[in-house]
Write a protein of this length. Structure first.
Ligand SMILES: C[S@@+](CC[C@H](N)C(=O)[O-])C[C@H]1O[C@@H](n2cnc3c(N)ncnc32)[C@H](O)[C@@H]1O
Length: 206
């Protein structure tokens, strides 16, 4: 049986144009900046968790990355990204799964999450997410995470979110992930309102 969350996100991606959702970015500049900041190289592997229809993979394919995966609870989101990429979609591993129930079959050098972890308002869901994170992120791998900041909206896509600053996010990630640096970034929604995000980089230390 489909979860409430899966039905929600399937409806969103089946009924809305990708450019009209609040989180849309034509170019994912903050993610590219974060990758630059950790000194990422195209020889590394990356999983975009809750990547939806983001163009991050397009940008990384353009830059020569060849070991990319996008996971999302919505198959419709992934199909949208695949259609956009055309033949290039075959160069990406697409994973239709709920992060809370997923069993990673391998490890990645970089785990990227923009605006997904903040939907986990239940402690048990966050615990499950972190278990998957530790299964799927390589030793010494990097976590790039963006959530709504403390001054950001209380809801996203009609769902409640949990907001963070860098220190509460670092406390949430725990001792296995060492906080490297954090900053805030103002995202402009397509209709002009500003949504402040907390961005943070972590390094897996155990
Ligand atoms: C606000 S959107 C952000 C999409 C993308 N990261 C971006 O920056 O454009 C949140 C995404 O998380 C996905 N999502 C929500 N809950 C999820 C879950 N439990 N497991 C996997 N994906 C989930 C949604 O389908 C959606 O694509």
């Amino acid at each position: 049986m489909k979860s409430h969350e899966e039905r929600h996100w399937q409806t969103v991606y089946s009924t809305k144009d990708p450019a009209e959702v609040s989180w849309h970015q034509s170019i994912p500049r903050p993610s590219l900046k974060a990758l630059e900041q950790i000194g990422a190289s195209s020889a590394q592997s990356l999983v975009d968790v809750g990547g939806g229809a983001s163009t991050l993979v397009d940008e990384l394919l353009d830059r020569g990355w060849r070991d990319l995966a996008v996971l999302d609870i919505s198959g419709a989101a992934l199909e949208g990204a695949q259609t956009r990429l055309g033949q290039r979609a075959t160069d990406v591993n697409w994973i239709a799964a709920d992060i809370r129930n997923w069993s990673p079959q391998r490890q990645w050098d970089i785990w990227h999450d923009r605006a997904v972890f903040h939907f986990l308002v239940e402690a048990d869901d966050r615990k499950r997410y972190k278990e998957k994170l530790l299964q799927g992120l390589a030793q010494d791998g990097a976590l790039i995470m963006a959530t709504f900041a403390l001054s950001g909206p209380e809801r996203c896509s009609g769902l409640p979110v949990r907001r963070y600053d860098a220190s509460s996010l670092a406390a949430e990630m725990g001792p296995d992930l060492q906080f490297v640096e954090g900053w805030t970034d103002d995202h402009l929604a397509p209709w002009g309102s500003i949504q402040t995000f907390t961005w943070a980089i972590f390094r897996r230390v155990s």
